[in-house]
Design a protein around this ligand. Structure first.
Ligand code: 1HE
Length: 262
């Protein structure tokens, strides 16, 4: 693969301790060119050291129109395999990176755009957002980890429906299906995602690490293995000095209580 990362196609800025990564190809509806995929991988592998959480959003009217169809030329099977693996590596850098990532979604979240959103740890969508997998109608298959990550969120049956019939989910349906965790009014997805990311950034880093790296793996292990992994992770997390400080703060009345209004 000779394509260089296209760093003009995204920006990465810091808001306090939250990194904001913004897709910047609005004229092409943030379609994912090879250069943009490589820039995403590099950006998530090299987030600023201060970042303790991240938000991923898109410039313009849409979050992301998926694969850049202008680049979809005839590939032989080997090239096709490497192309898909390039996407996997980039999205892996998001899901199993250093910090949790909140996707702020609006407008079209389709094809590879939905695969990208599914690699994030939480999805916040405003009322303009809609979700589709038009691969079937383009004569292709998902290749950006959607076959693994989307059924984890909504199940095989719903993904089959979206791909076989071209069904488009509005935000309400997407929330009900489990794709979207938070809904907002139009234009409010980014501020809400930032607010959530700031909250996430206040967690102990080891807890965030365990949630990103251990929880999804445990969920896919046989129960007996999962319980053993859970016990190991719990032991490591509670032995971190920060866990001890936080527990002492609570016991000595210095920490916030859990309230039903969050
Ligand atoms: C694009 C792309 C794209 C827009 N690749 N150029 N994805 C799709 O099948 C979705 C294709 N796109 C759309 O259905 C629509 O563009 C949208 C619903 C996303 C937005 O509609 P709209 O009316 O706001 O924009 P537009 O006029 O359609 O597009 C504006 C420009 O963006 C136009 O280029 P221009 O030079 O004529 O101005 C479009 O050609 C361009 N554009 N979407 C390339 N996707 C690893 S496997 C993943 C497999 C997939 O992702 S398949 C799904 C692909």
């Amino acid at each position: 693969m000779t394509t260089p990362p296209d760093f003009d196609a995204l920006t990465c800025t810091l808001e306090g301790d939250v990194a904001v990564v913004r897709l910047q190809r609005a004229a092409k509806r943030n379609a994912l060119s090879d250069g943009l995929i490589l820039a995403l991988r590099h950006t998530f592998e090299h987030l600023p050291a201060q970042a303790r959480a991240a938000v991923l959003c898109g410039e313009g009217e849409h979050f992301c129109a998926g694969l850049d169809l202008a680049e979809l030329r005839e590939r032989d099977a080997v090239e096709g395999l490497h192309h898909s693996r390039m996407w996997h590596q980039a999205f892996e850098a998001i899901e199993h990176g250093r910090v949790p990532v909140v996707a702020a979604l609006h407008g079209a979240v389709v094809g590879g755009g939905l695969e990208l959103a599914s690699a994030c740890h939480l999805r916040v969508a405003d009322d303009t957002a809609y979700f589709a997998l038009p691969e079937g109608s383009r004569g292709i298959f998902v290749g950006g980890s959607g076959a693994v990550r989307i059924p984890r969120l909504i199940g095989v049956a719903r993904m089959l429906d979206m791909m076989l019939t071209g069904r488009v989910l509005d935000v309400q349906e997407a929330e009900r299906a489990g794709l979207v965790q938070y809904r907002t009014a139009a234009g409010q997805a980014l501020p809400r995602a930032l607010e959530l990311a700031q909250r996430i950034a206040r967690n102990a880093p080891m807890t965030n690490y365990a949630l990103m790296h251990a929880l999804p793996r445990i969920a896919e292990q046989a129960a007996d293995h999962g319980l053993f992994t859970e016990a190991l992770m719990a032991a490591i997390a509670q032995s971190a000095p920060e866990a001890k400080t936080r527990l002492r703060d609570f016991l000595e009345g210095r920490a916030a209580k859990v309230r039903k209004d969050g």
